[in-house]
Design a protein around this ligand. Structure first.
Ligand code: ARG
Length: 459
């Protein structure tokens, strides 16, 4: 038998393979609530405009609530033959309220319907994304505030570079996640236009009120061009690209946690709540959550690329290709939210190993730059010469198997006779970080300012 929604011109039903490739109900049932909300707004508007009888609209709106409660209660029976959530809901509505249900689809197409449903769904995810970022930023702020003056090694090339503060390192991530947050807010603002009423592609001859449905569904305004509205998936792509960049940040942080929690580094201890054990090695405490967060970028960025590929080359307006948008965004959203929550949990629970951080900060000739800067300041050497002198002192220390502060004054003056006892004042890691007072620098004073500023913004 032919399809009850569009089968008028069909003599035969679809092949089983056709049904399998065509159906999206397996995944778009996640938009049931959005579909029903959108339909209820549409029915109310049709009645307000005198396009359908208010009594019919009321029956439809009530019936849709019954459908929703069946879906939420788990008693709803989804049918693959009915292709997608839109037709599943409408078919059930017809069973409940009778042929009146058929009036709901006046001045509407599944094309504007699916664009609206999906936008509503993605909009919720932008909000969840924002919530996850804010929670993570607060957790990082907590760490930064506690350890504004704890000293740790700063790296470039993962080689010891200069001492930095724990708080500074934590605040670096706050800055990254703050940019993610601004991308999210920016995209959410841009996407908040309602496609409903664009109908199949050309708009409709019925005297609908698109401003009414847009307002009812929390959109800022209706979309301005019906052709664009039914074939735009930029909002999904913006979600995925913001998610990809955020996942990249999460992945970098996760990598640091993996390194830092190793027996060789011992910079942090992850809590038992966010670690796992080994079935053979009894001593193991593995940073699995961090590793999985590190990996999530793969599927999230994959989704971004996949949807780009789906959309590229599609002529206006709707093509069925666009049904392939949802699974990508669903999967990316699920995994992003999980990654954000897991990272927040890990950051909140982890404890920095302060003595180990400080010892590591002092190793690897980390204050060599401070020494060179001292030669510039006190002996008026050109920086390049100071760099060379310091390099020779590092070589000397390396040969003696000691760190820079352990070189004797004699060792020092043998390389440059102007060096005095006062040089030892700049070789300690605390002095080093305290001296870096330039705007945005690692000095505890500056870190506390960063923390205070963000606390105010996030309050
Ligand atoms: N399930 C479809 C989708 O996800 C709904 C829109 C179908 N529209 C159509 N003209 N076949 O894109």
């Amino acid at each position: 038998t032919s399809n009850q929604m569009w089968g008028g011109r069909f003599a035969a039903g679809p092949d089983a393979i056709m049904e399998a490739i065509n159906a999206s109900i397996g995944f778009d049932k996640r938009m049931a609530k959005q579909d029903i909300t959108g339909s209820r707004a549409h029915a109310a508007m049709l009645a307000a405009q005198g396009i359908i009888d208010p009594k019919d609209a009321e029956a439809i709106r009530e019936g849709l609530l019954t459908v929703l409660s069946e879906i939420e209660g788990g008693s709803f029976e989804y049918s693959t033959a009915l292709e997608d959530i839109h037709m599943n809901v409408e078919a059930r509505l017809r069973e409940i309220v009778g042929p009146t249900a058929g009036r709901l689809h006046t001045a509407r197409s599944r094309n504007d319907q699916v664009a609206t449903d999906f936008k509503l769904w993605v909009r919720d995810q932008f909000d969840a994304f924002e919530g996850g970022l804010l929670a993570l930023m607060k957790a990082l702020l907590g760490q930064a505030e506690a350890g504004a003056d704890w000293v740790m090694p700063g790296f470039t090339h993962l080689q010891t570079a200069q001492p930095v503060t724990w708080g500074h390192h934590m605040m670096a991530y706050v800055e990254m996640f703050a940019r993610d947050l601004s991308r999210v807010r920016d995209a959410r603002k841009r996407m908040n236009e309602c496609p409903l009423g664009s109908a199949a592609l050309a708009g409709t001859g019925f005297d609908i009120d698109r401003h009414m449905t847009a307002a009812e569904l929390g959109f800022d305004r209706p979309t301005a061009n019906s052709l664009d509205a039914v074939s735009d998936r930029d909002f999904g792509l913006e979600f995925l690209s913001a998610a990809s960049i955020c996942a990249m940040h999460l992945s970098r942080m996760a990598e640091e946690l993996v390194i830092w929690s190793s027996a060789q580094f011992r910079f942090v201890t992850l809590s038992d709540r966010f670690s796992t054990g080994s079935s053979i090695m009894p001593q193991k405490k593995n940073p699995d959550a961090a590793e999985l967060i590190r990996a999530k970028i793969g599927r999230i960025f994959g989704a971004n690329v996949a949807l780009m590929m789906v959309m590229k080359g599609l002529p206006l307006a709707y093509s069925k290709d666009m049904q392939e948008d949802k699974e990508q965004v669903f999967d990316a959203a699920d995994n992003l939210m999980l990654a954000l929550a897991a990272m927040e949990g890990m950051v909140k629970d982890m404890s920095a190993n302060r003595p180990q951080l400080e010892a590591a900060a002092a190793s690897g000739f980390s204050t060599a730059t401070d020494l060179a800067d001292w030669l510039v300041r006190e002996l008026n050497l050109p920086f390049r010469d100071a760099h060379h002198v310091t390099g020779a002192l590092v070589a000397k220390a390396e040969a003696k198997g000691c760190d820079l502060p352990e070189l004797t004054l004699e060792d020092m003056t043998s390389v440059h006779d102007g060096i005095t006892e006062a040089v030892y004042g700049v070789l300690g890691v605390h002095n080093s970080v305290a001296s870096r007072l330039s705007y945005g620098g690692t000095a505890p004073t500056r870190v506390r300012e960063q923390v205070a500023r963000w606390k105010e913004v996030l309050a």
